[in-house]
Design a protein around this ligand. Structure first.
Ligand SMILES: *Cc1c(COP(=O)(O)O)cnc(C)c1O
Length: 380
């Protein structure tokens, strides 16, 4: 049976990207790699909508949290960690290990960060050297108000560090216009490519903080990345095949254009929500405005576990959806819809879920979800 990935990363890789990755190796210290490196770096800069520096690392997304901590902070620095799900929990834990003084502000899971609370905490507990925020909290399927939080953090003189690992190409995140300091993403989510490359955007203010940062660092040292980037190189051997793939993916991304990509994710996310609700399913995130445009968490019908639903959907339709994470592992399952996802993918997963859940004994309104999603697509 044909497999269909509905994961919030890794995303399905377009055929032309997969083909580009099969090209023979080249010398990463030669001019032809330099041209490729510069073209890919410039393309990724456009995705962050920034004129500032962007660096590519051989890493999954998590490495960029560490790069942000060791390059721009010092042991003992006070940071405000905005925790709205499992990824926020993990980033804060990492900061603990590096000896930062971490103040956590937790949102109820399923809700977005509340800027008014951020403002109050910064006034009451500040000053903070940095604020950590997750753009798209993949674990709960929430999108956070990065722009508003960045404004508040700015007013209080804190660096704004944004985990945009699953959010960069899903919802607008203009690094310069929103005056962010550090933002990060990873290839398996926002570059329509396999895992293995992660990216770090760095503002001039972050560079100033780098000059006085006292964390030990080597692999993640952004000064070293800068020195080598000037020569069209990376300090260490890059994953050359991934550069070939991302070079091709960037052409597809450029051809569609960021505004159209954001609009597509918006339209499809809302059609999916309307469809699932009309089928009789419970969405984990209740408010449309706070709902991620790239992943949707669902509470299984009474009497069914997320694992049973996921197994049956895979067995019946080859559709691979994600479990919950951390404390939500037994409470939700998640449908990923980021990357090159289209309306057919959305209609198909609603139709398939209705069949599979009905077979499992859930009382769903068969066909109603597809109809509601069709109507939402017509209205969009
Ligand atoms: C996927 C993800 C990560 C972790 O990325 P890895 O590539 O698995 O290291 C971190 N934050 C968010 C929001 C994510 O979606």
């Amino acid at each position: 049976m044909k497999k269909r990935l509905y994961l919030p990363g890794p995303v399905e890789v377009p055929d032309s990207v997969a083909r580009a990755m099969s090209a023979p190796m080249i010398n990463h210290r030669a001019a032809n790699f330099g041209e490729l490196f510069k073209r890919v770096s410039a393309g990724v800069q456009k995705l962050f909508q920034t004129q500032h520096d962007v660096y590519l690392y051989t890493s999954s997304g998590t490495g960029m949290w560490e790069a942000a901590i060791v390059n721009f902070l010092s042991p003992g620095d006070r940071v405000l960690s905005l925790v709205s799900g499992d990824f926020g929990v993990r980033w804060a834990k990492m900061a603990d290990r590096f000896g930062l003084s971490v103040h956590r502000l937790e949102s109820e899971f399923g809700r977005a960060v509340n800027p008014a609370e951020v403002q109050a905490v910064m006034e009451r507990e500040g000053p903070f050297k940095a604020v950590f925020i997750t753009h798209n909290e993949t674990s709960t399927s929430v999108v956070n108000p990065v722009r508003e939080v960045a404004q508040i953090a700015r007013k209080h003189g804190a660096l704004v560090m944004v985990d945009a690992i699953s959010g960069l190409l899903v919802s607008d995140l203009p690094f310069d216009a929103w005056d962010l300091d550090v933002a990060m993403t990873a290839s398996q989510k926002s570059f329509w490519a396999p895992p293995g490359i992660a990216a770090l955007a760095v503002s001039p203010r972050a560079w100033e903080a780098h000059a006085s940062s006292k964390m030990p660092r080597y692999f993640w040292d952004v000064s070293m990345a800068k020195t080598f980037a000037a020569k069209g190189q990376t300090p260490f051997t890059p994953p050359i095949s991934l550069y070939f793939g991302i070079d091709e993916a960037l052409k597809l991304i450029e051809a569609e254009g960021l505004p159209a990509i954001f609009a597509r994710h918006e339209k499809l996310a809302m059609a999916l929500r309307r469809g699932l609700q009309a089928s009789g399913l419970e969405l984990f995130v209740k408010h449309d405005a706070e709902a991620s445009r790239g992943v949707t968490a669902i509470v299984p019908p009474d009497g069914l576990t997320p694992l049973e639903v996921r197994k049956a959907l895979d067995a019946d339709f080859g559709m691979v959806v994600a479990p919950g994470q951390g404390d939500l592992a037994d409470k939700i399952f998640r449908i990923g819809h980021l990357g090159t996802v289209d309306a057919v993918d959305i209609l198909a997963v609603i139709a398939a879920l209705e069949v599979t859940l009905t077979k499992l004994g859930a009382k769903l309104r068969l066909g109603e979800g597809v109809k509601a999603a069709q109507q939402a697509l017509l209205q969009a």
